[in-house]
Design a protein around this ligand. Sequence first.
Ligand SMILES: Nc1ncnc2c1ncn2[C@@H]1O[C@H](COP(=O)(O)OP(=O)(O)OP(=O)(O)O)[C@@H](O)[C@H]1O
Length: 690
Amino acid sequence: MRKSANSGNLRPSWAGVRRPELRKKAAQSASGISEAERELYGGRLRWDRSFVHHEGALIRMGFGQMAAALPRMAGTVLRTGWSVDRRALAGVVVAQAGQGVTAAWGLVAVNGILTQLFAEGPTADKLRDALPALVVLAVVSVGAALLAAWSTAMSGRLEPQVERAVSARYYEAVTRVEVEATERPEVQRTLEAGKFGTDSARNMLRLSMGVGNVLIGMVAAAVVLASLHWALLPMLLAIALPRGWGAVRSARREYVSRLHWVDHRRAIASLLAYLTRPHAAGEIRAHGAGVKLLGGYEEMSRQMEAEQRRLARAQAHTDLVAGAGSGLASLGCYGVLWWLLTSGGLPLAVGGTAVVAIRNSTARLTSLIQQVNRLYEEMLFLTDTKNATELASQHAIPQSGTPLPSPVRTVHVENVSYTYPGASSPSLTDVSVSVRRGQVTALVGANGSGKTTLTKILAGLLLPTAGEVWWEGELGESERVAVRAADRSEVFASVGLLAQDFPHWEMTAATNVAIGAGDRPRDMARVEQAAQAADIHTLIEGLPHGWDSICFKGYERGIQLSGGQWQKLGNARSRYRNAPFFLVDEPTSALDPRAEIEAFEGLWSLADNGHAVVLVTHRLAATAKADHIYVLDQGRIVEEGTHDQLMSRGDGLYREMFQAQAAQYGLSSPPADRLPAQRARDAPQHKENR
Ligand SMILES: Nc1ncnc2c1ncn2[C@@H]1O[C@H](COP(=O)(O)OP(=O)(O)OP(=O)(O)O)[C@@H](O)[C@H]1O
């Protein structure tokens, strides 16, 4: 009964998805904007700006340019192959060249056999005379089979290595790009486009080898043909050209389409991914979000299908034109052969060999066309990866710079403004703050006032649009380095970040802590210490697989952590990093009251131990004991001071926010048990942590 009730509930939604009007609507909107795009993404999902850029690249890549670019790109891939596994590459090249040579010998042997068979004399004698050529043909066939097997084995070894090398180069470059650059749409898209070409290197290698093999075979056939009669060679080229034209045209069309629809494809993939992600499971069922997503998927997929149909029609048309051109050329070729035979310019036996050579070459040509077609397409994608890798290097965080003072005592943000790329107004304007070791500095303010942006500036992740950030040593101004000139790896080594939306790595609990210092080997004793400080140790140790539990339910040792438990794990991660400057953005938003108090006390004890703690929080009860509080409003610092100083300002924003929170408890000030424990204000007899 229950089942039928459920299916009864679902039926109208599914029926909605499959409505004929929807189908019609989707088909109609194939070239325009679908309802789903409009509703879920607010408009058209096509890659316009980059599309123009790429189309420009394509226009430059005409037939001639392609002929020049192909060997160049194939050369790049071969060089990569050479750098990763010389023996395998040499093996593949030798095997492929060998197959070409065997093909030529095969043709020569066929010519020998035919010449003997068409000669004057008794059949038994002719067969006996043809025997050596027959033996050569048999040996050549066995040789070709052995070489093909060898080539397969070597390619199988080489291809994954080439793919890994190109992917590693690309991803390594991408992870070094300045955060600001990744915010620029044109950079973002070029980097995104680069993803599609990482497996193209592998495909290109295979295809280049295949093309090389066929080409050698064809050159061999051409040499044999030309030696039979010069007129046969241009005819062979005439057969090849129309098909080559068709292949390039189809490949370009396919590539342009793939680029143009890249955002659309990505959106479809994300719609489907949501349907199976555990965190969306509740809303998908209870809120009917699944119906909306499936409807969107169906409609947007139909647009893709319409595009596929368009491509198929266009390709069929191109194939027809190319086939007709090639057919006419073949006809001409056989016409010339006919004329040569009838006019006595060519003996009959040689004519037979010519027919075999032409048929062989045409079969090879078909394979060549298919492979060049794919090679060309792969080349375009690999070019994207190459461009993305180059662009990433241009925007890379500098690998060197002025060393920071040792130890750093204070970070001064001086008159800093920052505007995100593409934003119409600055997120920070003329902001000055100082963050000192041994102190808790609080950043407070309304949503969107610029707190997170300021922590990114402090962390050296964003460089100011105007103003400067100084990393200052014990001697003050005489010992300071501007972040722009600093060795950024030292800046990053000095900060520990706990972002609001810190990553939940779908890996073991131990990794989720130890990844806080991903550039160092894991130290389990310190992982446990950090977990103890963040109050998550007992929970993890009590799990059946302990620290090896995977923090994602889908795996065999998978577990599901609650929001607060995740936050504790995040706190443990930043603890494990143990950097002198801790930047924590809403570190307690998911914690229960007791855990929250403990977390804040932990931060205060970090300051007592000589760390600088920058605390971004809306929990003003916690900021009351901060050493210094900055209040942000619309990207500006509007107030600063201690809690008491700020509360004494009658019309102050801080006082207003604080009292609003206190009023929720029916108090004029927040409850005492929610305040972090009092600590000595002049504590800085701290330990050094650098
Ligand atoms: N990557 C970005 N690109 C463009 N604008 C951004 C970006 N990140 C933030 N902003 C804008 O900058 C402003 C400040 O954002 P920020 O995240 O720093 O605020 P916040 O004070 O941390 O807010 P909250 O309290 O809600 O976390 C906001 O107007 C926001 O829309």
